[in-house]
Design a protein around this ligand. Sequence first.
Ligand SMILES: [Zn+2]
Length: 551
Amino acid sequence: LYLIESEASGVKALFSIFNSTDNPIIDNFISRIPETYSQCLTYLSSLMAGPTPTGNDAIYQNKIRMESSIRQFHSRGQTLSTEVENALTRLRDPSSHIFVSVHQPNLFPYSGVFRKIVLAQTLKDRLQGSQQENKIVNLFVVIDRDFMDETWIHRAQLPSAGNSGGILELRYPVRSSERWQMAFKNPVPSSGILYQWKEQIQTWIKKSSPKSSRSDLLKNFGDFWPYVEESQRSARSFADFSSFIMSKLVNDKWNYDTLFVKLSDISYVLKHGFVFLLNNFKTYSSALREAESVLRFNRINDTGVSPNVYLRSPLWIHCTCGSKGSSVIQAHSNHSASLVGKCVSCKKGLSISLGSPTGLAIREDDLPNLSPRAIPILLLLSRELGSTCYISGTGGTSYAVYNAFASHRLSLRNPVFIFWPSTDSYDGFAQSEALKAAGVYDRISLIEHEYKLGQLQNDYLKEISPLLKKRKELLGHEEELQTILRQLFKLKQQQREVRKSLKVARKALKALNIKPCIIDYVVNFAGDGTEALWRGSLERNNSLASEISWK
Ligand SMILES: [Zn+2]
């Protein structure tokens, strides 16, 4: 019974849709996912006590190769701190271990993105403290070749009962011609857009905060916003802009030594991995096909992984227009093969020569025009960097399952996969304002309140409709008609009140149900307060699944 309970509510609950598959590869993968923070520590320290990845010279060379891209990121982003320099020194150590997390360059990301970094750092600090010989490097890879069209790359949300829909949305306007641009090819937001966001946020604070805390909240915002303005000045692309803001919060405000690097800058680090996957395409492809058919057989359709992904090569080809296209491997003769595809945006044909079909290769010059698809990213980072653990977002479960099949069939070692699905539960000023507007004190009361109002609305409908019928029948019977009309008038007035309250309650529910962007956290708890609460929750609660309460 205990097992069933913990499975339903713990980290593994994320994978409950895969329970029915009864597949040994999936079962084995899921069984190795840590349930608690202390289990992460146990798994990692036993892994790190074993033989270090020193033996692998290729991995060492890749770490060395990556250093200049990391340095470039931090020096442009103005976050090349002493801590970052020290982490770079550790990276150069052949016996260092790498903890990896990745994410798209979201506009003012929500908590899940930052929590990956906080978890990695908390684990690193603890492991390094307990065994001085441990040399751990936290690496965050920005998936900057994703499309601008992706929702959270150009949109961020704040709770706001005063706005229609209960949400204040900050939007980076993406023209239809830019939808399929890769984030690292898209321009930096203009100063005008930044000014507009700043105004929106300040108005939001002023309108929905109590007077007693308003100046503190505005001060917290004032402390954070220069990061945004500085990032805008030093960024050369939209991806730079968003990831510089993250790096400033992480490396500057929190003083972390997390190393940031952009995926588009490390193609040459992943080169051997690209070539390996291309030359082992049959195995790679059949592993993905196997994953897909197991999931399909079990009627698991909503995975987020595009169907028939096994037909495509592991690489995207970039187009000169700033977009990219899927590709397939084509052999033209015994002597020549190439990757061919079509640009998603401008539909131009794309082609990259792969040399001889018996030993596919990639020319150095072509590397900047190639980037891995989502599933191969995990395979490549673990193969080329020998990563010890991979901290995944909760949306990445299906990708992780596909990755399990591919790494198993390709005989690649898998890092420890760690998930932290806990939700944040807090009432910032805007959440409190939403509750107040609905006339309740907490979330549970709000849900009950909304439900009751919904019922009440139905009751009024039931009461009113027979009266309407009667009104028709009584036409000509003046006296009785007047009584009915008076009844109707009163009921309709009450109905309108209920409808109004219901609208407010639903708006409040929406405001409370979004995953707010980081601005909500920094305004309410200041930048460092936010980090302290997340870290504290790991150390205190040990659970990776229970709610993080901010009270
Ligand atoms: Zn194109």
